[in-house]
Structures are given as C-alpha cells and as structure tokens.
Design a protein around this ligand. Structure first.
Ligand code: AMP
Ligand code: MG
Length: 513
C-alpha cells in the first residue's frame, strides 16, 4: 500500500475496511434467517451520527459522514464483509402467539468486534421489505427513528442496558402512514438481536435441531461460562431471568415504560430493545400506560416485572424439551427458575431504590434492614402517587431536601402535605443512623437520580420540528441535554419542567410503524 497523507477525511471504504465483520449468526445459524439485501433509497442524507459509538466501533466519524459512508448507513451500499440477513422470529403479542414475525423492516448487516473486544451487531431498521414483511411496507418514518435514537441515548446515559443508535439517515422517500411522512433508516448497534421470539419461532415448528443450535449459539454469546455444561439450557434461562430482573428494576427506577413488551421485543442479552410507544412517566401513577394500542394496560408501568416473568415462562416453554430428558423434571427445573425471577427482581429493585434514597446496602444479608427500607420506599411511593408528583423530580429533589432546602421537595406535593414532612423526618433519621454526611449522601444521590429525562412533550416537539419542518435544532438540543442527565445546568432549567398535567393525561404514544 502506498503511503497517504492523512487529512482527517478518509473514504468510507477505508472507514469500513477497518470494520472487520465476523458474522457468527450467518455462519452458525443457517436456517434461522433469510439472506437479503437492503433497499436502495433515492437520496440518503445523514441527519445524526453517534460519534462516541462510532469511536467505540473503531470507525472514523468523518468518513461515515461522506456520501459513500452515508450510502452504507442507508443500506444503499453493502460494505465489504457484511452479510445482510433478515432474522426469523415469532412472538407473543399482547399475550397471543404470532408464529411468524421476523425482521419485516430490519436487517442484520453483520457483527463486529469493538475496541473493547465485545461482539456487536450492526443492523438497519427501515431498510425495506423482506420475506417477513407480511403486509408491512418495510419502512420507517423519521419520527419513530429519532425517538429510538433519543430514548436509547437517554437509557445509555442513565447506565441502563440498551441497544444504541449509530446513525439516523433520511431516505429522500416518503412513507405512507396516516399521512405521508419522511422516511428514514436507523443504524442500530446491539450486543445481539436474539429475542425470546427467536426461540419461539423454532419451538412452534418443533425444529429441535435448530433450537439446540440457537441455544448453544446464545450461550456462547451471552453466557459463555456455561458452554458445554450439561445444565447449560437451564442456566441460559437463569441468565436471562437475572438480566431481565436487573433491566426491569432499572426501568422502574427511572419511570420508563417500554410500552410493548411482547416476547419478540425482549432480548436475551438483557438490553432494552425496540423502542416503539415507550415513554417516561411524569406524574407518578403505577397504572400509567401511554401506548394507544394497549387498551387493557397489559404493559402498564407496574405490570412490567410481571410481564418480564411471563415472557420468561414463554422462553421456558421453548427450552423445556432440551432442559432434561425427563419431561416432568424439566418442567420442575424450569419452574424453579421462573419462580426465582421474583426474588432476582425484588433484590435488584431494592438496590435501585436504595441508591435513589441514599440508603446503604447492608454488608451482609439483613432481612430486618430490607424490610425497614422497603417500608420507607413504599411509603414514599404512596405519597408520590397520591399527589401524582413528578417521578423524576420527586426523587431528584430529595437531595436538595437533605441540603436543607426542604421546601423545594415539599413544594412538589399538594399543600405541602404534613405526611410528606413526616416521611422526610423519618428518612433523615434513617440516614443519620447509617449513612455518611448529608453532603456526601446528597452528592451520591445526584449521581443516580437524573434531573433530565426525555420528557414527552419535549420529545414530541423535537420529533415534530424535524419531521414537519426539517428543523433538527430542538432534537439536537434535547439529545445533548439527556446525554448528561445528572449534572444540573442553569441554562437547561426548562428541560426539567414537567408537561402540564392535562397534557400528560392525554398523552398517547404510537407504535413505530
Ligand atoms: P414491532 O411492533 O416494531 O416490534 O414489530 C412487530 C413486527 O412487525 C416485527 O416482525 C416487525 O418486523 C414487523 N413490522 C413492523 N413495522 C413494519 C413495517 N413497516 N413493515 C414490515 N414489517 C413491519
Ligand atoms: Mg419489535
């Protein structure tokens, strides 16, 4: 190779030639996908690139932004080494089995090993029709693409496992929804796209050979300590149970409502995946539902842990024939893990909530301390619920109360409830007995209780400006704010204000289709 002068801009081919694809899914799981090509779009334009993520993947951002780079991000060009494919999966949607879903508007381009040695999927969403499209057009509209970008970044900044967006590209085409909307492609990076529904697809077809291969593949990818172990299938189920327990506990800690926890939207990696009608709760009400299609509140805030467990049971249904040759014993062993989920979740939730209240974790298991802390947390949640206090501020302002500005917290309640004052006194005495200085605890709390979340009215305004006027300034601004969620900044004060209650009450989200 001849030497070149590095001027900071490389051709995209050079950029992507640094991406060494190693497509294990394509290689190991033939029969579980359809090799397929992304659709080419008339006029792809980069609207957002995740520089930090590009860096993690070892990709020069400047090269990705060139026309040749954008052509790759849009799916117009398939980069060297990629093997685009549509993954097959089934899924229980709102409790009902759909035996065939699959990537109807997405493709896995391939896998790369990032700079830290982690295997990451690179996928396109909104990349055109596939054999799994059913009646769908295979496309994505700009609004939902930007929502996924934004909320995934918020989750990432909050330290919650999530798929991430590498880029958002407009296609130059319109997609027909209730009205015509600008089309877009999201480039998604995930630690894998293996879903509960992936297993269901092969279990429904009683394809035990493929199911066995899928299990071994998933273990190699997510639970490698169990490779080759006789109990690996059961331990995979347990690993998924533990990861989901941790994940949902973290959602609950920030008031996140996924909105469509169908089994095809639950990843075995334990990452949050498929941001559709998701939203962050403002006024605290455990029954909150935002999704327009969730008529019965199946995926309401408070139901999320139970639904995760229900989804795990659907995974267990698929795995049972391979857990133990003795059918009754297999059921019994799988049931033990499903039942254990409740304990995994409770512990994870208690840890999340303790951190939010600045309460120390007992050094050794201490059921009395657990019970006392649970009672304290439940009492706070009951107070927040009664006055529909903003969930984010209800926790964030506790640290100000600890810094002697009790009024800022008490002011969140209707007529500064005396019960809230009592609770505060109780909490402070609990802290005085066990924790560090007030300032130390307040500082720690400010590292776990975000001040900035993607508030629904701000998200909607940002998406509308981009989608209707091509004005990305509100999106960029909001993205910057939620990417730094804990550090208070005077200039961002407007982003901490909840939407008016009437607006929140009417707020409805729609699936990203
Ligand atoms: P989701 O609700 O986005 O999780 O998608 C559920 C199923 O519908 C998946 O199989 C998707 O691939 C498929 N799907 C969603 N939107 C479209 C679309 N516009 N075209 C084709 N398939 C779609
Ligand atoms: Mg989905």
């Amino acid at each position: 190779m001849t030497s070149t002068v590095n001027i900071g801009i490389e051709s995209s081919d050079e950029a992507f030639s640094r991406l060494v694809f190693d497509n294990s899914y394509a290689r190991d799981l033939a029969g579980t996908y359809a090799p397929w090509k992304p659709q080419a779009w008339p006029q792809p334009q980069l609207v957002r690139l995740n520089q930090a993520l590009a860096e993690e993947l070892g990709l020069p951002a400047a090269a990705l932004a060139t026309p040749a780079g954008v052509a790759i991000l849009a799916g117009n060009t398939v980069p060297e080494g990629a093997q685009p494919l549509a993954q097959a999966y089934a899924g229980h949607q709102f409790g009902h089995l759909s035996p065939q879903l699959g990537d109807g508007r997405a493709l896995l381009l391939g896998e790369v090993i990032d700079r830290q040695g982690r295997r990451r999927d690179i996928a396109l969403k909104g990349s055109g029709q596939t054999p799994f499209s059913r009646r769908g057009d295979g496309r994505a509209a700009l609004g939902p693409v930007l929502r996924e970008y934004l909320v995934a970044e918020a989750m990432q900044a909050l330290g919650i496992p999530t798929t991430q967006a590498l880029a958002a590209v407009t296609t130059g085409d319109m997609v027909q929804r209730e009205q015509p909307l600008p089309g877009a492609v999201l480039v998604r990076v995930a630690s894998s796209h293996i879903r509960v529904g992936t297993f269901e697809f092969f279990a429904v077809r009683q394809d035990w050979d493929l199911l066995r291969r899928l299990i071994d593949y998933t273990i190699a990818r997510h639970d490698p300590q169990w490779i080759g172990h006789p109990d690996r299938t059961l331990e995979l189920l347990r690993g998924v149970a533990q990861r989901q327990a941790e994940l949902v506990a973290q959602w609950m800690g920030v008031g996140f409502i996924h909105g469509v926890m169908n089994t095809d939207n639950m990843a075995l990696s334990g990452e949050t995946i498929d941001y559709g009608p998701c939203a962050f709760m403002e006024g605290y009400d455990p029954a909150t539902v935002f999704s327009s299609i969730d008529t019965y509140g199946r995926y309401a805030y408070r139901n999320q842990p139970g639904i995760a467990q229900w989804n795990l049971a659907r995974l267990a249904d698929c795995l049972i024939p391979l857990i133990d040759d003795d059918g009754a014993r297999a059921v019994e062993r799988a049931t033990t893990v499903i039942d254990a989920f409740a304990g995994y979740y409770d512990r994870a939730w208690l840890a999340v909530m303790r951190a939010k209240l600045g309460l120390p974790e007992p050094v050794d298991a201490d059921t009395d301390a657990d019970a006392a802390d649970r009672a304290l947390i439940d009492a706070l949640l009951a107070l927040l619920a009664r006055d529909r206090v903003d969930f984010t501020l209800g926790f964030r302002r506790l640290s100000t109360a600890l810094r002697s500005e009790e009024q800022r917290w008490l002011g969140l309640f209707d007529a500064a409830r005396p019960e809230a004052q009592d609770w505060l006194a109780h909490w402070r005495s609990r802290l005085a007995a066990s924790a560090g200085s007030n300032e130390t605890v307040a500082t720690q709390m400010d590292r776990v209780n975000p001040l900035y979340i993607p508030r629904n009215h701000l998200v909607e305004a940002a998406l509308a400006a981009a989608s209707d006027q091509g004005d990305y300034a509100p999106f960029e601004r909001l993205l910057a704010v939620i990417s730094d969620p804990y550090r208070e900044r005077a200039e961002d004060a407007a982003f901490t204000v909840p939407a008016p209650a009437e607006q929140t009450a009417r707020y409805r989200t729609f699936c990203g289709t």
